[in-house]
Write a protein of this length. Structure first.
Lengths: 423, 246, 390
C-alpha cells in the first residue's frame, strides 16, 4: 500500500513535489527558528555562565555577600578537598576554580624603575593544564596578537591596555595587588598575548593568568574565590541547578560559619533570573505561536493539495473505490508527504542551523561601545528538541489539512467529482 | 533654666581651674620624646595580624635613624622573607625579592594596609614631630591598668593631616603613652593603639607590645611585640641607600 | 478598478484557504509592528529615563573627571565656572560633586561613591527633597534600591561613613538613610550614596566645587575647554546600542515568520494558476494580453497583503492601543537587572514603523505572487483554455 502511494507520489510531480517543498520549507524554518531562539536566548545565558557565573557557583557565604568587591580574603580554602567532594557528589558537572582580583600593573624601564602603569581587573583561570577554560570563555576568538600562555607566569592582557602601557610581547610586567591576607603582593609576569573583547570595561584593563600563578601571586595556596560548575555537555538547566544547589547547601544548613561554602544556581546570580525566565517562557510562547502559524500554512497546503485532485477522486469513485478508501488513501498519502517533507525540512533546517551555530551573524560592529556582557555573534543552537520539533507541524498539519480537504469528497456528488476529471 | 546656666558656668570654671593645674601638653610630649627618642634604633618585632579567619605572624627588623630614615626587612614567614621597605623623608619604596623590583609607594597606594594589618603605609609615613602638626593640651587624668596617665589631646594645626584629633594617655611616671586614639573631625573614633608591657631598655621606658586597631571594622586588630631592641647603636649608612635595596 | 474587483472577488471566493493565508500574513504584520514598537518603546523609555534621572539637558564634565578611574575621582572637582552663575541661581544648572567614601554596614567595609546634589533641584527625578536635614547633626542621604540591597540598608538606618577631605584627613560621621528610591537607571544607583551638595562640599572642604554640571534643556550649551559638554546622544549611546543589538536578533525572527506567510501565498498562487488555466485561457481569448493576466494574478496575490493589513489592523490595533497606553509588564523587579529598563515597557508605534511595515509587506507579497504568475506569460492560450498548459 505504502509502495503504491509512494509510486503515485513519485510519478505525479505536481501531486508530490509542491506539497513536499512547502512542508520541507515550513519544517526547515520551524527547525531553524527553534535552534535560533535557543541559540540567541541561550547564548546570553551561556556567555554569562562561561564568563562569570557558571551554571552553578560555589563561594563562601561571606564572599557571595561582598562579591562586588572581589573579596579574596573571604575566598574558599582547602579547595582540593572541596573539589574532590564536588566531583564525587556531582559527577555530571565539570568544576572550574577561578580567582578574580584587581591590581596595578607596572612595567619597568631598563633600570627597573616604573615606566608605565595601568589598573587591571584580573582573572586567574586554568590555562596551562588544559584548554578547557580557553574554549569555554571563547578566548581564541579574542586573541589579537601573540599566543596563549604555555608556561608559568605568562599572561594575556587586553590589547587596549597593552598599547596604552607601551608594551611588547614577552615584556615583563609586575602585578601589584593585595594578597588574600590584605598585604601588598608583587609578582612578575610576561605578556604572551593580547585580547580584544569588544566590551568597554573588559578592554580597558583585563589580565588573564593561570590560576596557579595567581595563587602564588596573591598568596592563595589551595584557595579560590569561586568554583564554577558547568553541566557536562549540557546547556543551563534551571531546575537541575536549583536542585543541586539546594542539595549542596543542605549539608551546611546547620553551620554558622560565614566562610562555609554555598552553591548558587545561575538564576540567583547577577540578575540572571530574568533571562532564565525569559528564556524558558518567551521561547516556548514564540515557538508555540510559530508552530500554530506553521500548522495553518501546511493545513492550507494540504487543503489545496486535496482540492486539486477532485477529478482524480471522481475517476476512482467511478471505477468502484469507496469514498472511505479514497479518503483513507488521501490521508495516508498526506502522511507520506508529511513524513518525507518533514525529513527533508529537518535535514535542511539542521543544515542551516549548523551553519548558524558554527558561524553566526556578527553584530560586534553595532556593539562596539557597549559595556554590556552580551554575546556579539548571534548563533543558533541545536538541541534534542531541534530534531523532532519540525515533525509536529510538518506531519500533523499536513495530515489535518488533507483530512479537512478530504471531507469535501463526502460532500460532493460523485458526478461532480467526475466532472472535474475533465479539467 | 537659670540653674542650668549656673551649673554650666560652674562646670566651665572647674575645667578652667583644672586646666591650670595640668602641665602643658608640650611639656608632656617633650618628656615622652626625651624618654623614647634615640639617635638610632634597631628593633626586631613580631607582628600578629588577626584576620577574621586566621592569624598570621611575621617577623621584621627595622633600622631607623631619627624620624626620617627607616629601613625594614622582613625575616619571616618564608613568603615575606627578604621583602624590604625603605623610607627616606616622605618617600617610601618596597623591594620584593620574588619580583626583584623596587616599587615606590605613592598616591592611593599609600592608603593600602601594611602587610594586611590595620595600619596603612600612610600611618607609617607620619614622621613629622607631633608638635609640628598638632596643638597639645592636657585635658584630664585617667588610670589605665592601675597606672595613672595624663590625657593629652592633640588637635591638628595644619590642614594636610590624616587624623584631625588624637588623644594620648601618657603614663605619669614613665612618660610612655599607654593608649592612643585617632579621631575624625566629627569626633568619631577611627583607630586605637594600645601599648603595654612597659620595660626599661637602656635606661628608657619602652612599650614592648602594641595593638593597632581600625575601630570602624570588625576584628581584633594587629598586635606587635618587640622581640629585641637596641638603642643608639651605629647603623651603616648603606642601609638607607635606595640602590642597596636589591 | 474592475481588475481589483475581479481579483478581490476570486480571492475571497477561495474561502478558507485565503483566510488562512491572510491570517498568517497578518500575524507576521502585527508581530513585526508590535515587537519593533516594543523595542522602540524600550529605547525611547531608556533614553527618557536616563534624561529624567541622570542627564537632563546634558552634562558638563570636569576635564579631569574619568568615571572609570576611581583613584582620580577625589581630585577631579573644581569651582563652578562663573559663567554659569545665573543658570545656577535659576536652578537651570545643577552641580554634582563626586567623591569617594567608605561605609561600614554591619562592620564590613563597603566602598561607595558620594554624590552631592542640591536638595531643591528639579532637573533630575531623584527624591532630593529628602536631603534636607532636620538638625545640624543629621546627615540624610538617599540610595537606590539596588544599593540598599547590596548593603542591607533600610530607611532610617544609621550607618557610619568615612571619607577623606581634600587634604586627605580622615573624617567619619553617622549618616541616616532618609530614602530609598527605585530607578530604572542603574548608573545613579549601584554603589553610590546621594547627599546634599552643601553637605558634601563642607565635608570634603571643597566649597563651591563640582565634578559634573547637569544642565536644563531650557538653556543654551556653552563651550568651555575645562568643562567639556556631553550631550544626551553621547550619554545614551550605549543604551541605544544595546537595544539595536536586540532588534537585530529579533529581525531574523520576523524574517522567518514572514517567509512562512510568503510560502503560503506562493503555494496558493502556484496552485490557483494550475487550477485556473482555463480561466486564464478564457481571459486571453476575451482579448487580455498575457501580461495583463499576469498582472491580474499578481494583483490577486498582493491583495492577500491588503486583506492581511485590514485583518491585522482589526485585531492588532486594539492590542497596540492597549499596550501603548497600559504598557507591558514582565511581572518582575527590573531594577536589579543592571540594564536600563523599566518595570513596565510602553511600546511606541511610529508612523514610520507602521507604514514602512505595510509597504514592505505589500512589496514582498507582490514579488512572491508575481513569481508563479510569470508562468502564465509562457502559456499557450490554446493549451490553457483546454487546461493543458501546465
Amino acid at each position: 500500500m505504502i509502495k503504491f502511494l509512494f509510486d503515485g507520489l513519485m510519478r505525479d510531480k505536481s501531486r508530490s513535489l509542491l506539497p513536499i517543498i512547502v512542508v520541507a520549507l515550513g519544517v526547515m524554518m520551524t527547525v531553524f527558528l527553534q535552534s535560533y531562539m535557543n541559540g540567541v536566548m541561550g547564548d546570553s545565558i551561556e556567555a554569562s555562565a562561561n564568563f562569570t557565573t557558571g551554571h552553578v557557583k560555589v563561594m563562601t557565604r561571606a564572599y557571595n555577600q561582598n562579591i562586588s568587591q572581589m573579596p579574596n580574603d573571604m575566598a574558599l580554602l582547602g579547595v582540593d578537598t572541596l573539589l574532590q567532594k564536588l566531583n564525587k557528589q556531582y559527577p555530571d558537572v565539570t568544576w572550574a576554580e577561578r580567582i578574580q582580583f584587581a591590581g596595578l600593573l607596572d612595567a619597568p624601564d631598563s633600570k627597573g624603575h616604573t615606566r608605565s602603569q595601568g589598573n587591571v581587573t584580573g582573572m586567574g583561570i586554568s590555562l596551562l593544564k588544559s584548554n578547557e577554560e580557553i574554549d569555554r570563555m571563547n578566548l581564541r576568538n579574542n586573541l589579537v596578537s601573540g599566543r596563549f600562555p604555555n608556561k608559568p607566569d605568562e599572561i594575556l592582557l587586553s590589547d587596549q591596555l597593552f598599547h596604552k602601557m607601551n608594551l611588547k610581547l614577552g615584556d615583563e610586567v609586575t602585578l601589584i595587588s593585595s594578597s588574600m591576607y590584605g598585604d601588598m603582593a608583587m609578582y612578575n609576569f610576561h605578556v604572551s598575548g593580547t585580547l580584544h573583547f569588544g566590551i568597554n570595561v573588559l578592554d580597558r584593563g583585563t589580565m588573564i593568568a593561570d590560576i596557579s600563578d595567581v595563587r602564588s601571586a596573591l598568596n592563595m595556596e589551595n584557595a579560590a574565590g569561586e568554583i564554577l560548575g558547568f553541566f557536562r555537555g549540557k546547556r543551563y538547566d534551571d531546575k537541575m541547578a536549583i536542585t543541586y544547589a539546594d542539595n549542596f547547601n543542605k549539608q551546611y544548613a546547620t553551620s554558622k560559619d560565614k566562610y562555609a561554602p554555598e552553591m548558587l544556581p545561575l538564576s540567583d546570580m547577577n540578575n540572571m533570573g530574568f533571562f532564565v525566565a525569559y528564556d524558558n517562557e518567551v521561547q516556548k510562547i514564540i515557538i508555540m505561536v510559530f508552530i500554530i502559524a506553521m500548522a495553518v500554512v501546511l493545513w492550507n497546503a494540504g487543503l489545496i493539495g486535496g482540492l486539486r485532485r477532485y477529478g482524480e477522486f471522481g475517476l476512482r469513485l467511478a471505477i468502484g473505490e469507496s469514498k472511505h478508501e479514497i479518503y483513507r488513501s488521501l490521508v495516508a498519502e498526506s502522511l507520506l508527504v508529511g513524513i518525507i517533507g518533514s525529513l527533508i525540512g529537518v535535514l535542511l533546517g539542521l543544515f542551516i542551523s549548523y551553519f548558524m551555530e558554527k558561524y553566526g551573524i556578527d553584530t560586534s560592529e553595532m556593539m562596539k561601545d557597549s559595556t554590556f556582557m552580551l554575546p556579539t555573534v548571534l548563533r543558533a543552537h541545536i538541541t534534542a528538541t531541534t530534531y523532532f520539533i519540525g515533525f509536529i507541524p510538518g506531519i500533523i498539519s499536513t495530515v489535518i489539512g488533507a483530512m479537512l480537504a478530504g471531507i469535501g469528497i463526502y460532500k460532493r456528488q460523485t458526478a461532480n467529482l467526475f466532472k472535474e476529471l475533465e479539467s | 533654666m537659670k540653674s542650668l546656666k549656673f551649673s554650666l558656668s560652674l562646670l566651665l570654671i572647674t575645667t578652667i581651674s583644672n586646666a591650670q593645674n595640668y602641665p602643658s601638653g608640650k611639656s608632656i610630649l617633650d618628656k615622652v620624646d626625651n624618654n623614647m627618642s634615640s639617635k638610632s634604633r634597631v628593633v626586631t618585632a613580631k607582628m600578629e595580624i588577626a584576620g577574621s579567619r586566621a592569624t598570621r605572624t611575621m617577623v621584621e627588623k627595622t633600622y631607623s635613624e631619627g624620624d626620617h630614615k627607616a629601613y625594614t626587612e622582613y625575616l619571616a614567614p618564608a613568603r615575606e622573607k627578604g621583602t624590604k621597605m625603605l623610607k627616606l623623608e616622605n618617600q617610601l619604596w618596597i623591594y620584593s625579592p620574588s619580583t626583584d623590583r623596587t616599587i615606590q609607594i605613592s598616591g592611593h597606594m599609600l592608603r593600602q594596609s601594611v602587610m594586611g594589618s590595620d595600619m596603612s603605609y600612610e600611618d607609617l609615613m607620619n614622621d613629622t614631630p607631633l608638635l609640628h602638626r598638632y596643638k597639645a593640651d592636657v585635658t584630664g587624668e585617667e588610670s589605665i591598668d592601675s597606672r595613672t596617665c595624663w590625657i593629652v589631646t592633640l588637635t591638628a594645626i595644619i590642614a594636610d593631616i590624616t587624623y584631625y584629633r588624637q588623644k594620648m594617655w601618657v603614663d605619669k611616671e614613665h612618660y610612655v603613652p599607654l593608649k592612643i586614639e585617632m579621631f575624625a573631625k566629627s569626633g568619631k573614633l577611627l583607630k586605637r593603639t594600645t601599648l603595654s608591657n612597659i620595660q626599661k631598655v637602656q635606661g628608657r621606658w619602652f612599650p614592648m607590645s602594641f595593638t593597632y586597631k581600625d575601630m570602624l571594622k570588625d576584628g581584633v586588630g594587629t598586635k606587635i611585640s618587640i622581640l629585641d631592641i637596641q638603642l643608639d647603636s651605629a647603623i651603616p649608612a648603606n642601609y638607607f641607600n635606595l640602590g642597596n635595596l636589591n | 478598478m474592475l481588475l481589483i474587483k475581479t481579483a478581490l472577488r476570486s480571492l475571497i471566493g477561495n474561502g478558507l484557504k485565503t483566510w488562512l493565508n491572510v491570517f498568517v500574513l497578518s500575524f507576521s504584520f502585527v508581530l513585526i509592528i508590535f515587537m519593533q514598537g516594543l523595542l522602540e518603546g524600550w529605547n525611547r523609555q531608556a533614553v527618557k529615563d536616563a534624561v529624567k534621572w541622570e542627564i537632563a539637558g546634558g552634562q558638563y564634565w570636569n576635564q579631569k573627571y574619568d568615571p572609570y578611574d576611581p583613584f582620580s575621582i577625589d581630585s577631579s572637582a573644581s569651582a563652578l565656572p562663573v559663567t554659569f552663575k545665573s543658570e545656577y541661581a535659576a536652578h537651570q544648572l545643577e552641580p554634582i560633586l563626586i567623591s569617594q567614601g567608605t561605609i561600614y554596614p554591619g562592620g564590613h567595609m563597603f566602598s561607595t561613591l558620594l554624590k552631592g546634589i542640591r536638595a531643591d533641584q528639579h532637573l533630575l527625578a531623584l527624591p532630593t527633597n529628602l536631603l534636607k536635614s532636620k538638625n545640624s547633626s543629621d546627615i540624610p542621604v538617599i540610595i537606590g534600591m539596588n544599593m540598599a540591597k547590596q548593603t542591607n540598608l533600610k530607611v532610617n538606618d544609621i550607618v557610619t561613613l568615612r571619607w577623606r577631605d581634600v587634604n586627605g584627613t580622615f573624617e567619619a560621621v553617622d549618616i541616616r538613610i532618609a530614602g530609598i528610591f527605585k530607578t530604572p537607571v542603574p548608573t545613579v544607583d549601584v554603589g553610590q550614596i546621594w547627599l546634599s551638595l552643601k553637605q558634601l562640599q563642607k565635608m570634603t572642604l571643597q566649597p563651591n566645587a563640582a565634578t559634573i554640571l547637569i544642565k536644563s534643556d531650557q538653556v543654551a550649551t556653552q563651550t568651555l575647554t575645562a568643562w567639556p559638554f556631553k550631550d544626551q546622544i553621547e550619554m545614551t549611546k550605549q543604551t541605544v546600542a544595546l537595544v539595536k543589538a536586540k532588534s537585530t536578533g529579533f529581525s531574523i525572527f520576523y524574517f522567518i515568520f514572514l517567509m512562512l506567510a510568503l510560502i503560503a501565498i506562493f503555494d496558493t498562487q502556484t496552485l490557483s494558476i494550475f487550477r485556473r488555466q482555463r480561466e486564464i485561457g478564457t481571459f486571453v481569448a476575451l482579448g487580455m494580453t498575457q501580461s495583463q493576466v499576469v498582472g491580474l494574478f499578481t494583483l490577486e496575490g498582493t491583495l492577500n497583503a491588503l486583506l492581511a493589513i485590514v485583518a491585522g489592523t482589526l485585531y492588532g490595533l486594539p492590542l497596540f492601543i492597549y499596550y501603548a497606553l497600559k504598557g507591558l509588564s514582565f511581572g518582575m523587579d527590573t531594577s536589579s537587572f543592571g540594564i536600563p529598563m523599566d518595570d513596565r515597557m510602553y511600546p511606541v508605534f511610529t508612523p514610520n514603523l507602521i507604514f514602512g511595515t505595510i509597504i514592505f509587506i505589500i512589496v514582498i507579497t507582490a514579488a512572491v505572487s508575481y513569481l508563479p504568475a510569470r508562468k502564465i506569460a509562457r502559456m499557450k492560450p490554446t493549451d490553457a483554455i483546454r487546461g493543458k498548459a501546465l
